[in-house]
Design a protein around this ligand. Structure first.
Ligand code: MN
Length: 335
């Protein structure tokens, strides 16, 4: 895991040195299903990854009582994502409000709740469903994140699901920090990580500043989910993300008058080039074709060696879309 400075005396400020990159990464609205809209921050046009974080969707807060459409299935309430496969990645489900029911092909059945980490490691293949149950709370606000697995373990790590209801928390200059994964200021999450990685949920009181310790070999992103803050001369607001390049021991953040809540996502720059298509990650076109074929065969056979079905899910699995006519090419982490 990352080794963070316990006493970050040296602050490499951006105001007084040219220093590492600080960029606003604009999200784009993506419509899932008929009319649920998410803000997709990664992959971004110029930066596809931040550390091993390779997919960041921020959604809500949605009032489920006011909609009859859905995340993926028309006519149903809230998030309704039927069983679908993943390869070579971990999914991280994180809620700020609401509740989602998770089921997967290794037999897990869990309720994803605010402040609790649900992390699913695909290895060579897993399938899961995510739904808003009829008795879920009316507000839904969360983030769906993926972490790319490194080549050395991505096909050999067994599929797994881990839930952590009681993550480590710390008080940092008066800011409340929940460590989802990795280490912040010497406090380490039990969640499994396969590259130097960090994820934290941070709340800073109105007008307060925070010197957040960083690991110089890591790059970071700050995704604002409530309020706004100042990072150097950038002031990201709700649903906006700032990229913080590697090379810093710490960074100064100042909450706006209304305070701020943000996700800190970071890690060592991930140098392997990835092919990301639909819910699969691979290293080349052929791998993606093989994963797609295996998933379609699993649907027909009600499960196979690579992808199991999802016990307890009432409905059909999600078929893969047709492959594009072009050959999928591996892409580097940044343009
Ligand atoms: Mn998924």
């Amino acid at each position: 895991m990352s080794d963070l400075e316990k006493d970050p005396a040296e602050v490499l400020g951006f105001a007084d040195c040219e220093g590492p990159a600080l960029e606003m990464l604009e999200g784009r609205e993506v419509v899932l299903g008929r009319s649920t809209t998410v803000r997709r921050l990664l992959p971004n046009k110029n930066r596809r990854m931040v550390g091993a974080w390779c997919f960041v969707d921020h959604y809500g807060p949605d009032d489920l009582t006011r909609r009859v459409d859905s995340y993926d299935v028309p006519g149903e309430r809230g998030m309704q994502v039927p069983p679908h496969p993943h390869t070579s990645l971990q999914t991280v489900s994180w809620l700020f409000e609401g509740e989602i029911e998770h089921r997967d092909s290794v037999g897990s059945h869990a309720l994803v709740r605010p402040g609790e980490l649900n992390i699913m490691t695909a290895g060579n293949g897993i399938a899961h469903s995510e739904v808003s149950t009829p008795d879920a709370p009316p507000k839904l606000h969360g983030a769906q994140l993926w972490v790319a697995l490194p080549d050395a373990v991505r096909t050999t790590t067994p599929p797994a699901f881990n839930a952590y209801a009681d993550l480590p928390r710390l008080d940092l200059d008066g800011a409340q920090v929940t460590v989802m994964i990795g280490t912040v200021a010497g406090v380490t999450s039990p969640a499994p990580a396969y590259t130097p990685l960090v994820g934290a949920d941070v709340t800073v009181a109105p007008g307060r500043s925070l010197t957040l310790p960083l690991t110089p070999s890591n790059e970071y992103a700050v995704l604002v989910v409530d309020g706004s803050l100042a990072v150097g001369d950038l002031t990201p607001g709700f649903g906006e993300m700032v990229y913080v390049g590697a090379g810093r021991n710490a960074i100064d953040l100042v909450a706006a008058e209304g305070g701020v809540r943000f996700l800190l996502l970071g890690g060592e720059p991930f140098e392997e080039e990835l092919v990301m298509w639909w819910n699969f990650i691979g290293r080349n076109h052929e791998e993606i074709v093989a994963a797609r074929d295996a998933w379609q065969a699993a649907i027909d056979a009600a499960g196979n060696d690579r992808f199991g079905m999802v016990p307890g899910y009432d409905g059909d699995p999600l078929p893969a879309p047709p492959l594009p006519a072009t050959t999928l090419r591996p892409r580097p982490r940044a343009r």
